[in-house]
Design a protein around this ligand. Structure first.
Ligand code: NAD
Length: 317
């Protein structure tokens, strides 16, 4: 098969590209970012990188026409962007998704859309089922622009599905693993990682009681490949995650223990890290029934195992 991965130079896309290449398929990545996460794939003759934006209409059109299956991962991701550049988040995540879906519709190609657990917002009724409510804060709080942009993307997916486009929505829950982000940047695991490897205190925001269900990247990729292959999931939204709920404070403690570091934990007020544009979510845990029943995938990698592998990878860098 010919696989197009928008945003394929990113963390999840790089692993997904690897998985499809291992199956013997052709993979093209459309992403303007540096190729540092996919450099190891460049020698493969079945692999190609186009360093352009999904917003480049003609390039996108040609690549969608070439492909058999489109994974739309391109997005502006990371809390620093939600609160720092909401315009870019909204533009790429909404307009880019509309462009990709419209091109796929014109060429009758299946799309797998990368959505997020952020969609559920601060709904407190965990675990989140795919039809659970979205509970979002005010539009005056910038952090909600990401969840809103992904929700708009989902609405576009379902609108195109009604018109006959084969499309699947995957809602990822805190995927982590090697190549996640640069140390100290982006998501909580990489921020802790930088502090850990320098022996500095791990900075937990607030009291650290907020929980997440972290999903090791190999499990997320298996689900993502299945979503591309299975016809019966078209038109559906599916949570992709692990049920292993952990408080951020406990995550930090486990990372310290697993790495053998002498770091300790400290609490910092959220105002010291983000300005008014930030609001944290107390609990975030998926119902994984659909992932199990529709995709035939269950998260196999435990948090300790996945964190151990991730710490080892970062230590080698
Ligand atoms: N990793 C997670 O835990 C997680 C959770 C929920 C949702 N997601 C979704 O999965 C997808 C991949 O996430 P990730 O963790 O790999 O993030 P990432 O930031 O590593 O990857 C996103 C990629 O999109 C690219 N991109 C940005 N603007 C683009 C544009 N205009 N055209 C083409 N590419 C563009 C970036 O350069 C980047 O390489 C995203 O859509 C994200 O919203 C990820």
């Amino acid at each position: 098969m010919r696989i197009l991965i928008t945003g394929g130079a990113g963390f999840l896309g790089s692993h997904l590209a690897e998985a499809w290449l291992e199956r013997g398929d052709d993979v093209t990545v459309l992403d303007p970012a540096s190729d540092v996460k996919i450099r190891h794939l460049r020698a493969n003759p079945k692999f190609r990188v186009i360093r352009e934006s999904v917003l480049e209409h003609d390039i996108l059109e040609g690549l969608v026409a070439w492909s058999d299956l489109v994974y739309h991962l391109a997005a502006v991701v990371g809390v620093e962007h939600y609160v720092g550049d909401p315009y870019q988040v909204l533009t790429v995540n909404i307009n880019g998704t509309q462009e990709v879906l419209a091109a796929a519709f014109r060429h009758a190609k299946k799309v797998v859309f990368s959505s997020t657990s952020e969609i559920y917002g601060r709904n407190t009724a965990v675990p989140f089922h795919e039809d659970s409510d979205r509970v979002l804060g005010s539009t005056l709080i910038d952090r909600w622009c990401y969840a809103t942009s992904k929700a708009a993307g989902e609405h576009f997916c379902f609108a195109f599905a009604r018109m006959g486009l084969p499309v699947v929505v995957l809602r990822y829950f805190n995927v982590y693993g090697p190549r996640l982000d640069q140390m100290d940047r982006g998501r909580v695991v990489t921020i802790f990682m930088g502090q850990l490897l320098r022996g500095e205190p791990l900075t937990v925001i607030g009291d650290g009681s907020q929980t997440r269900a972290f999903t090791y990247v190999d499990d997320a990729v298996r689900a993502t490949v299945e979503a591309g292959l299975r016809r019966e999931v078209e038109g559906r939204a599916i949570n992709v995650g692990s049920e292993e709920e952990v408080a951020i404070r406990e995550l930090a403690a486990r990372m310290i223990k697993l790495s053998g570091s002498s770091s300790r934990l400290i609490s910092v007020a959220k105002e010291a890290v983000y300005d008014q544009g930030y609001e944290d979510i107390p609990r975030r845990v998926p119902s994984v029934r659909r992932m199990r029943e529709l995709l035939g995938v269950r998260a196999r990698v435990t948090l300790d195992d996945g964190l151990g592998r991730t710490i080892e990878w970062f230590k080698r860098q």
